[in-house]
Every structure is written in C-alpha cells, then in structure tokens.
Design a protein around this ligand. Structure first.
Ligand code: KIV
Length: 271
C-alpha cells in the first residue's frame, strides 16, 4: 500500500516517507473553508495557504501587501475544512525579515491562532537565523527558493531564476542549509528542471516544484491557475484542469437571464 492511501493524517513524517519511497507529493493552495474541504476530501497531501492570496483573493499585483492578520484569517478558514492534509502557511512579507525575534513571534501567531501545521518562508542563508529560531520552537518550516515573489522588486521580472552558474550554486547551497537547519521541505519555483533534479537528488527532505520540472518530489499549483479561474496567467509550466472561469460566467449569465425572464424561482422553488 502506498503511504498516500495508508495514512489518515499527513505529517512531516509522512512527507519524508513519501520522498524515501519515491512517491510524489501533491500540493495545492487554498485560502478558504469551502475549497480546502473539497481539496482535502479529494486526497491532496499538502495545502498551502499561500501569500498568493494577495493576488488571487485580494487582487493586488504582488504578494507584498498581504498582512499577517489577513494570512491568519485565510489559514484559520482553511483549517476548519481540513481533516487529512498537512497545512502550511506563508509568513507574509514584512513579518519575518526584520529579525529572528519578530520571525518567531509571527510564526507563533500563525500556529496558535490558526491551528496550521507549519509555516513557509522565502530565502536561504539570509534568513537562516530566523529559520533556526522558529525550528527551535518546534514549528515545522518549508523553505522557498528560486523565484521568490516577495523579492519581485529586487528581481524586476517573473522570469526563470538560477539559469546562471552563480545563482544556481547559491540556490544549491541555500537548499542544503535549509535541510541542515531541520526544515521539512523546500519549494523550488521557476528554475531549470536540471537544477531542480540536482537539488532533489542531493536533499533528503522533499523538494516541491512549481515551474521546476518533473524531477521534484512533488508539485504545487495555485488553485485559481489549476482550476482555470485566473485565465490571464498562462506560464508554460501551468497545466489547467478546468475552465472554471467559463463555467462560472456561463452559469451566472444563465441565472441573470432566468431572473429577468421571471423564470426563477418557479412554482416548485417557492414556499
Ligand atoms: O504563495 C503561493 O501560492 C506560493 C506558491 C506559488 C508556491 O508560494
């Protein structure tokens, strides 16, 4: 029996076993109770309450504006819908970069006020002190390297990262540092598949990719992209499994027509 079918609750230990067994890990973002409930019931291994909520829920251009309080609201809503999946929550921009004391305080708020199982932070060596302090408090961490959207104004564009040797070497070093510190996994975003393969082979902890190719130990997608709610975003790495934007538009147009035609509600739909 696979680890996926055998276990009732996904933990950091489960993810480690999946990697060791060569079993791929499925991860998706969620930001509210209703979708989290559906994804959990469908059997997703990990739910990420991503700071992409800033984009897809709040309509901001970047992930920078979302606050810790807003992340806590999304994460606690998600937690009410989840029985099985491991739930990890992004520490938002500005809640962990100043110093390790602030980072720990933010991580503790997430854990205490949402009931989530771990947090995710962007960066390697530069945030290592904070990573160590949060881990010392017993809070699981997933790292995030490659294209780290909280640094978008440093990068300037959302293009593929670590194509050049220097950046690739730094990424490999950062991934190793995160593993040695005790992180439970690393997300690699938008880097060459060959580099992601090297990192996944090098690390003992799971490496989850988004736009990082097929050799990662698992994959993560933003739910709005996977379900086709957000049709403007069309990167090469994205596979859409639904065209929900069309479905929703069609359904709402139908509803509008029925109301205007006085066809809704009918005799059976009233008291
Ligand atoms: O915030 C998010 O949704 C993420 C994923 C893109 C990995 O960090």
């Amino acid at each position: 029996m696979s680890v996926h079918t055998e276990i009732k609750k996904v933990t950091t230990h489960t993810l480690q076993r999946m990697k060791a067994n060569g079993e791929k890990i499925s991860m998706i973002t969620a930001y509210d109770y209703s979708f989290a409930r559906l994804f959990d019931a469908a059997g997703i291994d990990v739910i990420l309450v991503g700071d992409s909520a800033s984009n897809v829920m709040a309509g901001h251009e970047t992930t920078l504006p979302i606050t810790l309080d807003q992340m806590i609201y999304h994460a606690s809503s998600v937690m009410r819908g989840v029985n099985r999946a491991f739930v990890v929550v992004d520490l938002p921009f500005g809640s962990y970069q100043s110093n390790s004391k602030e980072a720990l305080a933010s991580a503790i708020r997430i854990m205490k006020e949402t009931g989530a199982h771990g947090i995710k932070v962007e960066g390697g060596e530069e945030i290592l002190e904070s990573v160590n302090r949060i881990l010392a408090a017993g809070i699981p961490i997933i790292g995030h390297l490659g294209l780290t959207p909280q640094s978008i104004y440093k990068f300037g564009t959302y293009t593929v990262r670590a194509r050049e040797d220097e950046e690739a070497e730094k990424l490999k070093k950062d991934a190793r540092l995160l593993e040695e510190a005790g992180c439970s996994g690393v997300v690699l975003e938008k880097i060459p598949a060959t580099l992601a393969k090297i990192v996944a082979q090098d690390l003992h902890i799971p490496v989850i990719g988004i736009g990082a190719g097929k050799y990662c130990d698992g994959q993560v997608l933003v739910m709005h992209d996977l379900l086709g709610i957000n049709t403007e975003f069309q990167p090469r790495f994205l596979r859409r499994y639904l065209s929900l934007a069309d479905e929703i538009t069609g359904a709402v147009r139908h509803y509008i027509k029925d109301v205007k035609d006085n066809d809704f509600p009918n005799e059976q739909e009233q008291y």
